[in-house]
Design a protein around this ligand. Structure first.
Ligand SMILES: [Zn+2]
Ligand SMILES: [Zn+2]
Length: 103
């Protein structure tokens, strides 16, 4: 028979917390062998942080998309951090440097 239990200090917030009957049942259902070392709030926080972290990583990858265009000088591949405009000549990094050096 499950009973509500007062658990020792949570690893994250250092507070005693109540392991409710419902929670114990859920925990057993997920076949966790050991008692949780964090209160439900801190466990939820950790879960949320993990999910946010994954989302952020995904977005960061998308922001780094490099637009490919054909260099108008050498015909090589130019990689741009922005979408090239139709009305502007595109230079690859090599030609861009040469153009700058030439003034
Ligand atoms: Zn806690
Ligand atoms: Zn070029």
């Amino acid at each position: 028979m499950l009973q509500e239990r007062t658990m020792p200090k949570c690893r994250d917030c250092n507070q005693e917390w109540t392991f409710t009957v419902l929670e114990q049942a859920l925990f057993a259902e997920r076949s966790h062998q050991n008692d949780p070392s964090r209160c439900p709030k801190c466990r939820a926080n950790r879960q949320a942080k993990r999910e946010r972290g994954e989302t952020r990583g995904h977005n960061a990858r998308e922001e780094r998309i490099v637009h490919k265009a054909t260099c108008s000088q050498c015909g090589g591949e130019a990689r741009l951090p922005f979408k090239p405009r139709e009305d502007r000549a595109v230079l690859c990094s090599d030609c861009h440097r040469k153009a700058r050096l030439a003034g």
